[in-house]
Design a protein around this ligand. Structure first.
Ligand SMILES: O=C1O[C@H]([C@@H](O)CO)C(O)=C1O
Length: 545
């Protein structure tokens, strides 16, 4: 079955947290319309770019694009940007059930509000390994009042201007900035705007809800909880989880989770849903929504103060949650027991030519102007650096616990070429930033694949001993996973999807500052590319329809 969506993307003034600013909408909305489909459906999105002076591209986050690598929507990797006035048609199959996302993948445009959710249901007659009465989706996001351009300009200037902490946390597109904050220009902030009425999740007493939660924060790691209610985690990134119960769910940008919540508390009142920033000593107030027991009024505030949430600097519970996630025992896809190649990726913050950048093995990534996929298929190999980045770092001499200058760091857009149909291990190694006693959380997202999360650990990854502790029995598969402060995360995947795929930190500013790599595998097996993805860089001569 084909599901056709016609979207118009444009700028509009909106006040999602009561503060009026320019946001990017789809058909007048942010978050944009949800894509709701069944496994095996073909999604067709006719996207009209009405931004007047700005390009766009949309990535279907978690959809592997098997056989359609040119539809991944990653500007500079799989396609040229869509120009103002153009209509681009995305066409791809949603081949697995689960909870996914979509969002802009061009510059830092995602943070202007261009995002939404994708829900893929099972074919008729098939059932999930858990039951519930109602299915709901929410997206968590953080929100800045300045524009993505101000942010990007600051990040690439000398001296460096950091984006800072977001002004608000949005729960399904709604937050609440304090309009009495000193320095706010009169008329810009309206506490009674209907656009910033807190999101209400209305529940019928006694019923069980499957709540699909996605995070598309620019920066923040979040802890989400519903006052007085436990949540049972049952799915993540499209894979069933061996159920486990949490009071609060840690969720990183680019991840999705399904949790089951039973509306089994005192039904005469409402409860708070709260999203708190963790991992950074943030000034951002918690995002709040209302868990509304029918028939109480959805705007009636709960009688109790909102939950305070976990301490921001306590890594322990976050690591524990990462370790608790296992594949559902009825749905285990065991990973290959050995790998063909191991790439250790040291994540560092360092200076390159005076700019503050992020690097992997001392290489800070920048996107080429000719998308890799087109460059490979049309022999435009001069369009990017042909030397691949290194498979490791100076293990013996690098102290991950201290500030390092990384004087040899460079920028490059070279590609990791993976032998087709091989098994690849990636070890993400975290380290100290340029600030003493500081290491951050980075959620890494892989395009075109799911990977098995075979291990998490603290400190420096030990090549000889840590692999012996890998979970090769029931590891979860995901498309996004966190590397915790001063820790490491080990992934395994099959390089079996012909194409060119980005792998990057999902923090918007960090990818912009170079925290990413690109993989190529089996590109010779990719068929003829549609001309609609071409027209930029050295693919200028190719005709667009
Ligand atoms: O990339 C970053 O830069 C700042 C800080 O390290 C320098 O101001 C920060 O917190 C980041 O995550």
């Amino acid at each position: 079955r084909v599901r056709l969506y016609k979207w118009e993307v444009k700028y509009e003034f909106k006040s999602p947290d009561c503060y009026k600013k320019l946001v990017i909408t789809i058909n007048g909305r942010t978050p944009g319309p949800s894509i709701v489909a069944q496994q095996g459906d073909t999604i067709v999105v006719e996207l009209k770019n009405s931004l007047l002076t700005e390009n766009v591209a949309i990535h279907w986050h978690g959809i592997r694009q098997i056989g359609t690598p040119w539809m991944d929507g990653t500007e500079g990797v799989t396609q040229c940007p869509i120009l103002p006035g153009e209509t681009f048609v995305y066409r791809f199959v949603v081949d697995r059930p689960g909870t996914y996302l979509y969002h802009a993948h061009y510059g830092m445009q995602r943070e202007a509000g261009l995002y939404g959710s994708i829900r893929v249901g099972l074919p008729d007659g098939e059932t999930e390994p858990f039951s519930y009465d109602y299915d709901r989706s929410i997206i968590l996001n953080d929100w800045y009042h300045n524009s993505t351009y101000e942010q990007a300009a600051g990040l690439s200037s000398i001296p460096f201007v950091w984006v800072g902490e977001p002004q608000s946390i949005l729960i399904h597109g709604r937050g609440r900035f304090n309009c009495n904050t000193p320095g706010i220009e009169a008329g810009l902030c309206n506490a009674t705007s209907p656009e910033c009425v807190p999101y209400a999740l209305t529940v019928v007493p006694g019923k069980t809800y499957r709540l699909r939660i996605g995070s598309l924060t620019a920066l923040s790691a979040l802890s989400f909880e519903i006052e007085g209610h436990n949540m049972t985690v049952v799915e993540t990134d499209g894979h069933y989880v061996e159920p486990f119960v949490v009071k609060n769910l840690f969720i990183y940008s680019g991840e999705t989770y399904s949790v089951l919540i039973k509306a089994d508390q005192d039904p005469s009142r409402n409860y708070w849903a709260s999203a708190k920033v963790v991992s950074r000593n943030s000034t951002t107030p918690n995002g709040l929504a209302i868990f509304n027991y029918y028939p109480n009024h959805p705007r009636r505030n709960p009688p109790t103060p909102p939950p305070v949430g976990p301490r921001w600097d306590d890594v322990g519970p976050r690591l524990s949650q990462s370790l608790a996630i296992k594949a559902h025992h009825g749905y285990i896809h065991p990973p290959p027991q050995t790998s063909d190649r191991v790439i250790v990726m040291l994540n560092t913050q360092n200076r390159v030519n005076g700019n503050v950048r992020w690097s992997v093995n001392n290489v800070s990534f920048n996107l080429p102007h000719t998308p890799y996929l087109i460059a490979y298929k049309h022999n435009l190999l001069h369009a990017f650096e042909q030397t691949p980045p290194p498979d490791g770092y100076d293990y013996a001499n690098y102290d991950i616990f201290s500030v390092a200058k990384n004087v040899n760091a460079t920028t490059s857009n070279g590609v990791y070429r993976l032998r087709f149909n091989t098994t690849v291990d990636i070890i993400l190694q975290n380290a100290n930033t340029m600030n003493p006693n500081n290491s951050e959380t980075h959620p890494w997202h892989l395009h075109g694949h799911d990977f098995w999360v075979v291990g998490h650990g603290t400190g420096k990854f030990d090549k000889f001993n840590d692999p012996k502790k890998y979970n090769l029995v029931d590891p979860i598969m995901k498309n996004t996973v966190a590397v915790h402060p001063y820790g490491w995360t080990a992934l395994r995947f099959r390089a079996d999807n012909p194409g060119v795929w980005a792998f990057h930190c999902h923090i918007e500013s960090h990818f912009y500052m170079g925290m990413g790599v690109v993989f190529e595998e089996g590109v010779e097996r990719v068929g003829k590319l549609p001309t609609s993805i071409m027209g930029c860089g050295d693919s200028k001569g190719y005709h667009r329809p």
